[in-house]
Design a protein around this ligand. Structure first.
Ligand SMILES: [Zn+2]
Length: 206
């Protein structure tokens, strides 16, 4: 299986979104779809081994179900950000409802963990042009430079690791904080953290 290093086509279509950052010593790890009562804690413990901080793009429904986990994530120094309320696919959702879902997630973040911020990632990376122009009025839309493919069935783990090891300073890497991806995540995250750490990369919130 050939793993794409960057979502090149999307990037050309949407140059105004954030695909990577400028940084001299950091990379930016992101975990989508949580919080989850056990998987999030496993991730936090792995990150702690490297004093790594990350950004968690949370789904509003999961925030309301697993509030304590969200609070713990925040108190352990990580950033919580917006990934809609019900993980809507922008291409299949009316823009009015899409924007409502983003606001609902934001309200919950603000109320629960005092963590209202202006970072948003569209579920599946799917968002329509008119949604982008509306969302950009209030949020920075964060995409990625490197995808772990941890959600993929029968993933070739070593290709995924090899691809992630190419991440450079300023790269934005996507993992998933959900049950579907956990089998792969457990195999991928520890070796790539070890690798990046051996290059003296620091891991910061966006
Ligand atoms: Zn997602």
């Amino acid at each position: 299986m050939i793993l794409q290093q960057t979502p090149g086509l999307l990037k050309r279509i949407y140059p105004s979104l954030t695909w990577k950052k400028e940084s001299e010593n950091e990379i930016f790890l992101t975990f989508d779809d949580g919080p989850h009562p056990t998987i999030t804690r496993w991730i936090l413990d792995e990150l702690d081994k490297y004093q790594a901080k990350a950004t968690f793009f949370c789904v509003g429904e999961n925030l309301s179900l697993f509030r304590e986990m969200a609070e713990e994530t925040r108190s352990r120094g990580h950033m919580l950000a917006n990934h809609t309320f019900r993980h809507e696919n922008g291409w299949k959702t009316r823009s009015k409802n899409y924007l409502k879902s983003i606001s609902a997630c934001n309200d919950l973040l603000a109320e629960m963990v005092n963590c209202s911020n202006q970072l948003f990632r569209p579920p599946y990376g799917r968002i329509k042009r008119n949604q982008i122009s509306e969302v950009r009025k209030n949020y920075e839309i964060v995409m990625w430079s490197h995808l772990s493919w941890d959600f993929k069935k029968n993933l070739d783990i070593s290709s995924s690791i090899e691809n992630l090891q190419k991440a450079q300073l300023g790269s934005i890497v996507v993992f998933h904080d959900n049950e579907k991806s956990f089998g792969n995540l457990k195999k991928i995250l520890p070796p790539v953290l070890e690798h990046w750490s051996s290059l003296n990369y620091e891991f910061s919130v966006l």
